[in-house]
Design a protein around this ligand. Structure first.
Ligand code: ADP
Ligand code: MG
Length: 250
């Protein structure tokens, strides 16, 4: 399996935010995690991306146990993520956001900054090239020089995607990528996620927009109070009695 969690558990004091979750992700597929607010979805992402250490259980990526790796090492392995609230610099341009994001995630150390070398210049050039490439991919070339603060919500979301893609990830975890965007824009973002998957980039997203998920996702996992209550394709999830109960508050 491409990426797998085994018995993954996170406790915050007395609260079990993620409870013994087994989940497996196939390469090149679109995976979705749904569930009510507070179900543990974002925490699940935080565990995989190394932002929180799990209380127990493990995370396996391409056969390697990455459970105890720090977030920068996990990013280097090709696992990228976006955040529920986009963490972009509103007063900088789209292009600069992507370049800075890229630089932060690629190992440039303090010495590099002090001894500006030819090699560093070449790296900067590569960084810019990569930024233009991902901006093109994300459909942002026309707004590359605009300040992020002046963008529409959808363009901000696309910028967050571009940031994640700048590191050439094998898998991207997108936390509520279509939150706060209108239906037309949601469709545009869905197309972009499909385009990523078509390029072989595995996608895993958290989303509340059910119509979009049902159309887009190859596989859906449903969390409720930290526990996996169902998993399967759209059809299976739609008809699952536990899911219906969780959503209708039975
Ligand atoms: P979701 O993304 O599904 O809405 P979260 O993963 O954000 O849910 O939260 C799951 C539960 O864990 C919630 O009860 C939340 O309050 C709690 N939680 C999340 N992060 C922390 C934290 N850093 N410290 C303490 N509790 C947390
Ligand atoms: Mg969340």
């Amino acid at each position: 399996m491409f990426l797998e969690t085994r018995n993954l558990t996170k406790k915050f004091g007395g609260l079990t935010a993620v409870n013994a979750v087994d989940f497996s992700i196939e390469k090149g597929k679109i995976n979705a995690i749904i569930g009510p607010n507070g179900a543990g979805k974002s925490t699940f992402f935080n565990l995989i991306s190394g932002f929180h250490p799990p209380t127990s259980g493990s995370i396996i990526f391409k056969g390697q146990d990455i459970t105890k790796l720090p977030s920068n090492k996990i990013a280097e392995l090709g696992i990228a993520r976006t955040f529920q609230s986009t963490n972009l610099f509103e007063q900088s341009t789209v292009l600069d956001n992507v370049i800075v994001g890229h630089r932060l995630r690629t190992k440039s150390n303090l010495l590099d900054a002090v001894f500006r070398s030819k090699r560093l210049k070449r790296e900067e050039e590569k960084c810019r090239e990569k930024a233009f490439e991902v901006l093109g991919f994300a459909g942002l070339e026309k707004v590359a020089d605009k300040l992020v603060g002046s963008l529409t919500q959808e363009e901000k979301k696309r910028t967050a995607f571009a940031l994640a893609l700048a590191t050439d990830p094998e898998i991207v975890f997108l936390d509520e990528p279509a939150a706060g965007v209108n239906p037309d824009e949601t469709e545009g973002l869905a197309q972009l996620m499909k385009k990523m998957a078509d390029q072989g980039i595995t996608v895993c997203l958290i989303e509340h927009k059910m119509q979009m998920i049902m159309k887009l996702a190859d596989k859906i996992m449903v969390l409720n109070y930290g526990e996996k209550i169902a998993e399967g394709n759209a059809e299976e999830i739609r008809n699952d009695p536990l899911v219906i109960k969780a959503y209708l508050g039975g």
